[in-house]
Write a protein that binds this ligand. Sequence first.
Ligand code: ZN
Length: 375
Amino acid sequence: MTISINSCFDGGNIDCIACDNPNNIRLKIKPDAGHEFFQWFYFRMTAKAGQSYTLRIENASDSSYPKGWDNYRIVTSCNQQDWFRLPAEYDNGSLSFTVNPVSDVVWFAYFTPYPMQRHHQLIAKTAAVANVAVRSLGTTLDGRSLDLLRIGNPDARLKIWSIARQHPGETMAQWWMEGYLAGLTDSNNAVARELLKSAVFYVVPNMNPDGSVRGYLRTNAAGCNLNREWDSPSMEKSPEVYLVRQKMHETGVDFNLDVHGDEALPYNFIAGTEGINSWTPQRLALQNKFKNNLQRLNPDFQTEIGYPVTPAGAANYGICSNYIAERFTCPAMTLEMPFKDTVDTPDVRFGWSARRSVLLGRSCVDAIYSVVDFL
Ligand SMILES: [Zn+2]
């Protein structure tokens, strides 16, 4: 039986250089538009089950974050439902792994994929809840709807925003959204009921649907890194940011969470906005309160390791959190989840996973509740 490699589907990304030798299936990750970034991969292998195959991603060391391959394990599935980890080796610039599949068809990905069909199901399921409104803010360069969910009364005192997947390859961010939205829309959840007395939630579960379908790591269809566009977005290059920012100016923002994944660091952490011009000790105290409370609520989150803190006055306002924190004088944070696993709370079979991302999203509802009186 011949071996076949295919990535021609929603979110797919791989180039097959050669697959005639089962001991050396040669692959390359395709770059995003603009050719600046690549790291996300997602493809299917069709080959006789019960035999051993070795696959090699030959351009791993040229990817956007080569440190992401140290101690990284592949995510794989034979049924597209159960995704688990497979050991991989990063050596001589290549990422290689050996598989002995139980089925003739097997999928491999950088992280558990989050297909557009599931996005539509998430929108539909949330829309069915009584106090939820769905709005299409406009269309992307490929013509997809940019979807906004509003939960609660738009006249509420606090406007709480959250957005995910500006970087489309960071699929854990949309899995996080499932837990966050489930927590907010569960009528039996006393925390959500209490929150919704004083707050309305605006949620963009997927900021970059074009990049998601195209199988990109970091950009939209025009090759734009959306999380560098917030100070000057345009409908020509970055309509996703332009449209969401416009809506934020209309509603106001009292709190924002921007949800991401980090390729290299095996931790859940928050990057704050210490570099903005209007930063104060009071704002730092509130940011720390949120982080410390989230850590107590979910041990998968930690506060020790993260990005270096930006010096005072050196903020890049192209970054969502900095732009919002300065423009709206409110807490705005970037939540990062790992592609690998958490060092302090590892899971041998699944690593950091879709399910754990969902549960962290749920914990964030509780963490917002814990600071809502200070907003
Ligand atoms: Zn990101």
